[in-house]
Design a protein around this ligand. Structure first.
Ligand code: OAD
Length: 249
């Protein structure tokens, strides 16, 4: 299942960059965005994931993010997240960059995770920036609009919305790691959202070996040196096992 060439590349590599997307959390029971039944099947991104939509209908937007946060808190990291956390101890250097806001990588034990699209666990005031207390989540879970205790402004999730810049430090760091990576694993992402989808190309230009793990070929599949079709929660544990077996030979 795992080509020997990939094991050899990983064994010889000094710097691995992993880019993950919603697909890695699918086996934790969390919906992706663009698969059938995904979030963007139910809603149009422009009705939910931008500031204008938020100001127009804060109850809808807060409620949607609060419900997602609740589902995420009830979910568990799956074998894909766990294998990636273990992989970082099995190789010299692994940088994990995610587009996910669920923090399941951290819960699986990955210590340093570069979050390109923020995280859904923090909310802050859109006017004064004050972080919302835990009690705000009970308000939103009850279907009411939560506002800032300091200034009365609306509170919003600490995620990146359409039309907003990615957190500069996270993007700079991810870009810099892509430029020096010798292997890049692109896992469970459609490769349709930029600038995250640039990272494999940045790595490729510098000579990295690109690998995709996905149940269906992504928009970037043709750029890959190797495409492993399958679920991240099955392929990644197999990859880890193959790497460890080979190491002991
Ligand atoms: P998408 O929903 O666009 O793509 C999910 C990908 O995961 C698809 O390519 C699926 O084939 C794949 N997939 C599904 N289940 C899988 C599994 N078990 N194992 C491996 N692959 C699987 O999600 P992203 O690419 O993460 O942005 O979307 C990128 C961004 O678009 C998100 O971060 C979000 C969204 O709009 C913001 O909200 C800013």
């Amino acid at each position: 299942m795992i080509p020997r060439k990939l094991i050899d590349k990983l064994r010889a590599s000094e710097r691995i960059l992993v880019l993950t997307g919603a697909g890695i959390s699918a086996e934790s029971g969390l919906a992706t965005f663009r698969d059938p039944g995904g979030h963007w099947d139910q809603y149009r991104p422009e009705d939910l994931a931008n500031e204008e939509a938020f100001r127009r209908d804060p109850k809808l937007v807060q409620g949607w993010y609060a419900a997602r946060r609740k589902a995420i808190l009830a979910a568990l990291p799956n074998p894909g997240h766990l294998a990636l956390a273990a992989l970082s101890s099995a190789v010299p250097e692994l940088t994990l960059v995610t587009q996910n806001v669920d923090r399941l990588h951290q819960r699986a034990g990955s210590e340093k995770v570069i979050e390109l699209h923020g995280n859904i666990h923090q909310f802050y005031c859109i006017e004064c920036g004050l972080e919302a207390p835990e009690s705000a989540f009970s308000v939103m879970d009850a279907g009411k609009v939560a506002s800032c205790a300091n200034c009365g402004g609306l509170i919003r999730p600490a995620v990146v919305w359409f039309g907003e810049a990615l957190p500069k430090q996270a993007l700079d760091e991810a870009w810099a790691r892509a430029e020096v990576a010798d292997v890049l694993l692109s896992i469970g992402t459609s490769g349709l959202v930029y600038p995250a989808a640039h990272l494999p190309m940045v790595a490729k230009r510098r000579g990295a070996f690109l690998v995709e793990i996905n149940v269906t070929p992504s928009a970037l599949a043709n750029e890959m040196d190797l495409v492993l079709g399958g679920k991240a929660g099955e392929v990644l544990p197999a990859l880890l096992a193959a790497l460890q077996t080979h190491k002991n030979v």
